[in-house]
Design a protein around this ligand. Structure first.
Ligand SMILES: Nc1ncnc2c1ncn2[C@@H]1O[C@H](COP(=O)(O)OP(=O)(O)OP(=O)(O)O)[C@@H](O)[C@H]1O
Ligand SMILES: [Mg+2]
Length: 306
């Protein structure tokens, strides 16, 4: 049996003529929080659906929790927690009624006790009698998380679980994920948020249905080969605007009060900066690229992957 919780090789999936997943190989170890990143349409949701047996791969295969993703798909579904990109509950039932319903579907023994316990753990106890439809976005997200861990899965597949939720609620949601990972839960989570990517133990970056980069946030940033210069001083916004599209400049963006200019061709980049700021109005230094610089670089020059 595989030592990995997720261990899949060379997965392929097409919809009609459109190849969506093309040769995806992924291993995730127990207790990892693996961030699944990539442009819109790069194949994240499709991959997640193949991992939980909702979608049959056209080619390739492997295991999830030691179970075959094709032959054992129904057993996999019972042992994982899956939070979809657009989850839903019964809006006219209360928090506790929704969880009780889920517990009944999973045939969880000692239902009342388990529901009370999960509400306590997720901080939902004070809202037990509120209608789900009246919760704010952040609390809905928590209810969804509670519902998908109620049956004590060993693997969580979360597809953009915090889209559209405020920064505090997102942070609290991630604290819960880290708490659960400490207790041995393995998590694969797709996200477009940079701060969330940085909270993953490992990042996997998808492009056109296969993995192009993976590693810790530091490894991804440092291994990119991207050269980044930072400038501070008057007029950084104007400088960013003027530098975009110039030779060697792949990206120019202002973070707070600092301008980041990045590219792969050091000679061209340095020449452009020198020519642009010949009066030395700005103060320049070379810095390590931020994860965001690298991910923007990986997204490429503005092509629409969808
Ligand atoms: N059931 C389907 N039938 C036809 N095309 C589909 C189907 N599901 C997904 N696709 C297409 O496959 C491509 C990849 O979709 P997928 O949802 O896996 O991307 P994603 O990485 O999750 O994107 P996003 O970040 O926008 O959620 C998209 O072009 C999408 O339109
Ligand atoms: Mg998706």
């Amino acid at each position: 049996m595989s030592e990995f919780v997720i261990d899949v090789h060379d997965l392929h999936k097409s919809f009609g003529a459109r190849k969506v997943v093309e040769g995806l190989t992924l291993q995730v170890a127990g207790g990892e929080i693996c961030g699944f990143l990539g442009a819109n349409g790069s194949g994240k949701t499709t991959t997640i659906r193949m991992l939980c047996g909702l979608l049959k791969p056209d080619g390739g295969g492997g295991t999830c929790l030691g179970l075959d993703v094709i032959a054992d798909s129904s057993r996999i579904r019972r042992q994982i927690g899956y939070m979809t990109q657009r989850f839903s509950f019964y809006e006219d039932l209360t928090v506790s009624e929704n969880l009780d319903f889920v517990a009944a579907v999973y045939e969880i023994p000692e239902r009342k006790k388990e529901v009370a316990e999960i509400m306590k753990r997720m901080g939902l106890a004070d809202r037990a009698y509120q209608l789900a439809g009246q919760l704010s976005g952040g609390w809905k997200q928590r209810l969804a998380l509670a519902a998908c861990v109620l049956h004590k899965p060993k693997l969580l597949l979360l597809d953009e679980p915090t889209a559209g939720v405020d920064v505090k609620a997102r942070r609290e949601f991630w604290d819960l994920i880290h708490d659960m990972a400490t207790q041995g839960l393995t998590v694969l989570v797709s996200t477009h948020y940079m701060d969330e990517a940085e909270r993953c133990t490992r990042i996997v970056y998808l492009s056109d249905g296969h993995i192009v980069v993976q590693g810790t946030a530091e490894e991804v940033a440092q291994g990119s080969g991207l050269i980044t210069f930072q400038a501070t001083g008057p007029g950084v916004d104007e400088a960013a605007h003027a530098l975009r599209g110039q030779p060697g400049v792949e990206a120019a963006a202002v973070f707070g009060r600092a301008l980041h200019v990045a590219g792969m061709d050091r000679t061209a980049l340095e020449a452009t900066i020198k020519g642009f700021d010949s009066h030395g109005a700005l103060s320049w230094s070379e810095v390590e690229p931020e994860l965001e610089d690298v991910l923007i670089h990986l997204l490429g020059p503005g092509e629409d992957a969808g």
